[in-house]
Design a protein around this ligand. Structure first.
Ligand code: TXA
Ligand code: MG
Length: 360
């Protein structure tokens, strides 16, 4: 894998500097790697039809070859470049939600290198809504394969600093346009099965998709190895910070009691404790955490109001990284209400916890 210096180019998200975009596009056309902002998270891009560039993406991330990557297009009209056919449901969803945080799985054309799709006969495609991503895709003039720009199994990056923390020296250019908008990845809908199924909760909610496709189903993964083969990339260990995470679900008062008790126990045994929760939960926990802090160190990260899951989505990955930077030994977490983007937030929390979910 090339080890060299990474160039960071600051770009205005509303009016991306054409010179910076042209420089990054030339790197992509030359087979290099460019990390760029999308409306969801930062992506690690390489020319999708160039097997060597695709191999470089997997090497930089330390990603297993069994985990396929998403191909990004400048416009829905480009779908025939990578799709062998366009299922009716895919056409309807593309019309409704592109550009936007929705990925569609469609039959793959042979020009798409097998490495992109991990050998599957299908390919995952999306048209992102971020002005910088769109400018880059147009200038590159090629489909761009881009997983999230983090090392394998780590939290996804929502800022350029998160990208550099893990990929400095492994990527040629980082386009820095500040924090991303949505904060969790795109929703993935498999349109190669009938009826189509949601394979990953994300930036477009199930309710939004059902308004276009009433027959849509939701896949609930258990993260087992057998299941992972049917739904690649849906491994339970994902988005994991360095400290083990435990998630508490259930009625708010009961969650507060369980987290308070666990924080006290952990602090008393000399551990640094991180607490990740909506504002109201942190307020209710404040006296218990202050008491626990007399024994050990407590760090908190706020997800915003319980009733604002979109705010929790925006903050989630940065919050996990901030607790990591506080060098906590354990993270006790709970989420916002489950409606709308709440489903995607709970899915990421559950995976960050590798399935350690306690019903309070
Ligand atoms: O928002 C996003 O989707 C971000 C930005 C950068 O666009 N990208 C992203 O990519 O989250 P990544 O690689 O972290 O997740 C891609 C996931 C894979 O792990 C896998 O679950 C699924 O997409 N996937 C890709 N191709 C597939 C295929 N042919 N069949 C089934 N699942 C596929
Ligand atoms: Mg990822």
């Amino acid at each position: 894998m090339p080890q060299h210096s990474t160039v960071t180019l600051a770009v205005d998200r509303a009016a991306p500097d054409p010179a910076a975009i042209a420089e990054a596009a030339a790197v992509l056309r030359g087979g290099g790697l460019v990390a760029f902002p999308t409306e969801t998270v930062y992506g690690l891009g390489g020319a999708a039809l160039d097997p060597a560039a695709v191999a470089a993406i997997f090497a930089a991330k330390g990603r297993p070859a069994t985990d396929p990557v998403i191909v990004h297009l400048a416009a829905a009209d480009d779908l025939p470049l990578v799709a062998a056919s366009i299922p009716t449901a895919a056409a309807a969803l593309a019309r409704a939600f592109w550009p936007g945080p929705l990925t569609l799985i469609v039959p793959r054309r042979d020009v798409v290198p097998a490495a992109v799709t991990a050998g599957l006969p299908s390919v995952a495609v999306r048209v992102p809504a971020h002005p910088v991503a769109l400018a880059l895709l147009r200038a590159a003039g090629t489909p761009v394969a881009a997983p999230s720009a983090n090392r394998f199994s780590r939290p996804s990056p929502t800022t350029a600093a998160h990208v550099l923390a893990e990929l400095d020296g492994k990527v040629d250019v980082v386009l820095d346009a500040g924090a991303t908008d949505v904060g969790v990845e795109s929703t993935i809908v498999d349109c190669t099965v009938e009826p189509p199924v949601i394979r990953r909760a994300g930036g477009i909610t199930r309710e939004q998709i059902a308004a276009v496709l009433p027959e849509i189903a939701m896949v609930t993964t258990n993260g087992s190895a057998a299941h992972a083969q049917l739904a690649p990339g849906q491994l339970l260990r994902h988005y994991a910070p360095s400290a083990p995470v435990t998630v508490y679900a259930g009625e708010a008062d009961a969650v507060v009691r369980r987290i308070a008790a666990e924080a006290r126990t952990q602090a008393a045994s000399g551990h640094r404790v991180g607490v990740l929760a909506p504002d109201e939960v942190l307020t209710a926990l404040a006296p218990a955490l202050a008491a626990a802090a007399t024994h050990g160190r407590i760090a908190v990260a706020a997800l915003g109001r319980r009733a604002a899951p979109d705010e929790a989505a925006r903050r989630l990955f940065a919050a996990l990284r901030s607790l990591e930077a506080d060098r906590v030994d354990v993270i006790l977490a709970t989420g916002p209400e489950g409606a709308g983007l709440g489903a995607a937030v709970w899915d990421r929390l559950r995976r960050a916890a590798e399935g350690r979910v306690i019903q309070a």
